[in-house]
Write a protein that binds this ligand. Sequence first.
Ligand SMILES: Cc1ncc(COP(=O)(O)O)c(C=O)c1O
Length: 348
Amino acid sequence: MEALNSSSSEIQAIGNGNETDLKVPVFSSSLELLEKLHEKWSLVEKKPYPAMYSSILGGIITDPAMMVIPIDDHMVHRGHGVFDTAIILNGYLYELDAHIDRFLRSASKAKISPPFPRSILRSILIQLTTVSQLKKGTLRYWLSAGPGDFLLTPAVDANSAFYAVAIDDDFSQCKEGVKVITTTIPMKTPLFATMKNVNYLPNVLAKMEAEEKGAFASIWVDEEGYIAEGPNVNVAFITNEKELILPSFDKILSGCTALRLLKLAPKLVKEGKLKSVGTANLTVKEAKGAAEMMFVGSTLPLLPIISWDEEPIGDGHVGELTMALSDLLWDDMVSGPETERIPVSYTQ
Ligand SMILES: Cc1ncc(COP(=O)(O)O)c(C=O)c1O
């Protein structure tokens, strides 16, 4: 018998690689399956996902091999699910409530009624962070139409499902500028762009297109020619008149970080560094003529952009006002008010 390749050593070719002779292993006992699942993880020194919650199991899982969701879950085979994130920094969950509010708005638009009230979802996320013991990382969580069958609409008597995972991520303030391109991948229509649902294929392809062209990420322009957003980030501009402008949120995702930035930035107006702060429809010409440009999103929280479609933005260097805004957001994450930073108790 000859192994087909090292990553599928159990799939054995009988004879000379004739596919009809492939012998696919059948795991006949749970024990055998468990052993197989643990094989990969036994080689991993530090668990990248220290804890997961699943409403299907009704509890928190710490064994990464068991962090699975059912294949008949409608989020898996129909994309009937929504998600959101939150950052864990220095033992605090940043902007958790803003993210949960958006999560529930997305669920309502996707006609998913959560299995628990908001307070329970929130408590599960905080307890999950405690169990993960992560002081720095991210939470990702999903509401799904739930498992039950393979039809389009939710299974009769299906319960919606809630999943969450704590991820060991490292991040720090971004100080280097990146390049962007205008993507050729069609933008989602407003209904789908404003709800954070799991159908991220356009976003994936837009990011891949940018990377293939040597850029960090891409920018969507809507069918009316106005600037929209990046693949998983909002975008912001500082005009030559020192106005901070973000594209209005009616056709794109209302970013929690972008909204927070709009609340914090007036401080720079008071200090005389910025003239104004607001949202508007920006044409490509106006945007490309901006003095400074940046991405804004929860895992960044702010990333300077220095070139767009191979043309420099402003003088082609990271702008001073961009860094002043980045400092505002970073300080808010590190030492902002407790309404924005939920403390996690790690003593449980
Ligand atoms: C399409 C899209 N736009 C914008 C954002 C930025 O939102 P936030 O600041 O809440 O991370 C995200 C990330 O969630 C996104 O996926």
